[in-house]
Design a protein around this ligand. Structure first.
Ligand code: NAD
Ligand code: MG
Length: 392
């Protein structure tokens, strides 16, 4: 029986994970669940999955959670705040941690799970972008394993041979990450001037949380994924390519030196990647419909329109600069996306905020977590100043 701590249980990845887990009650048990502020949904999930630990990230909601769990006779230990998330990630109640919190808020619990040697199922790509080297060190120290759930990285993982020391050793020439192109593929910059948050969140193929949906619309999601691939697979930026594939059926590919290209295909449903990572090295039913290639008929590929969608290049630049630059990129992006979702910033200004923030702040090397957290805060303050000046 694998015991699972699911952090970010009330989100899109959380729901997909619980769906897979519920199909295999003989193999998996949920021992911890977390949510940000949504007490009601967390209580419903606790009633159904009966975890030992329930974490509400916002301490102001803790008393409400305690009261409501008691009123329905659910006997879970209630924790809150960043420390509660860390405890849920590293405690002896779980063998496996699903890191499905969105944004930098997931960093410390992700690192804690890695340090504690858990099987880490990683959806929270922002933590890798912010702290890739520290996460690698934590995994090495903890002796656990990381299984990517981001569909592209899960696909790459599935297409790589295991037990090799390096990509070169395995004969890998390039990683080819596919991108759907998002809801605004094919549009010009003029056509993006007045797009709204709801338009940006209407992804053609995937149903996801609002932050990652906006990232998909700007193509920053693919930029974050390039950085994620660099750290997860120890791949040079020059060996990671992005190709637009509007159907989202080929989830990514690995090209070998003999000219072979291995791809992983499937319907755009995150339960495939989650089931793969939960059961690895075995395979289990994920509840995903079989792929009907005849119905899909066409698989298309095209180059990224880098002039219209500049966030991808900003991410490559941050990776080339190195040190703290990806952390700054992530922080500025989170602030700009939140401002866009809040109706305070136009869509095209997201990239402008990130570019200006990277230009203003020095990129120091990363030595420890506290430096990184300081830089994250500095970048957020700077991004807020830039947003203020843009909308004034
Ligand atoms: P979501 O917004 O649907 O859910 C986010 C979860 O995080 C919720 O449970 C929420 O309560 C929690 N949360 C939010 N802010 C928090 C905070 N400050 N402190 C603690 N908890 C907080 O997001 P999602 O789409 O499920 O994405 C989660 C992560 O997975 C993101 O990093 C995203 O990039 C990644 N991811 C998602 C998908 C997808 O299909 N949804 C695919 C690949 C990767
Ligand atoms: Mg992805």
């Amino acid at each position: 029986m694998m015991r699972i701590a699911l952090l970010g249980a009330t989100g899109s990845i959380g729901a997909s994970t619980l769906d897979v887990v519920a199909r295999h009650a003989d193999q998996f048990r949920i021992t911890a669940l977390s949510a940000h502020r949504n007490v009601e949904d967390l209580v419903t999930l606790c009633q159904r999955f009966r975890p030992q630990i329930a974490v509400i990230a916002d301490p102001a909601c803790e008393a409400d959670l305690v009261r409501r769990l008691k009123s329905i006779d659910v006997d879970a230990r209630v924790l809150s705040g960043p420390q509660g998330l860390i405890e849920a990630a590293q405690g002896g109640h779980a063998d496996c941690v699903v890191a499905a919190i969105v944004g930098a808020a997931g960093l410390e619990s992700t690192l804690a799970a890695a340090h504690a040697g858990k099987r880490l199922l990683l959806a929270n790509k922002e933590s890798v972008v912010m702290a890739g080297a520290l996460l690698r060190a934590a995994l090495d120290a903890g002796g656990g394993e990381l299984l990517p759930i981001d569909s592209e990285h899960n696909a790459v993982f599935q297409c790589l041979p295991h037990g090799r020391n390096s990509l070169a050793d395995a004969g890998v020439r390039r990683l080819l990450l596919t991108a759907s192109g998002g809801p605004f593929r094919g549009r010009s910059r003029e056509e993006l001037v007045e797009v709204t948050p709801d338009m940006a969140c209407a992804h053609p193929n995937w149903s996801m949380g609002r932050k990652i949906s906006v990232d998909s619309a700007t193509l920053m999601n693919k930029g974050l994924e390039v950085i994620e691939a660099h750290f997860l697979f120890d791949a040079a930026a020059s060996d990671i390519e992005v190709v637009v594939h509007p159907q989202s059926i080929v989830h990514s590919m690995v090209e070998y030196c003999d000219g072979s290209v291995l791809a992983q295909l499937g319907n755009p449903d995150m339960r495939t990647a989650i089931a793969y990572a939960l059961a690895w090295p075995e395979r289990i039913d994920a509840g995903v419909a079989p792929l009907d290639l005849v119905r899909i008929a066409q698989l298309g590929f095209e180059a990224v329109d880098r002039r219209t969608f500049r966030c991808l290049d900003l991410a490559y630049q941050a990776l080339a600069v190195g040190g703290i630059a990806p952390t700054l990129l992530n922080a500025a992006n989170e602030e700009a996306v939140a401002a866009f979702l809040g109706g305070r910033l136009p869509f095209l200004a997201i990239e402008a905020v990130i570019e200006e923030c990277l230009a203003r702040l020095p990129s120091n090397p990363i030595s420890q977590l506290s430096d990184l957290i300081d830089s994250d805060l500095t970048a957020r303050r700077e991004a807020q100043r830039i947003i203020g000046s843009l909308v004034a």
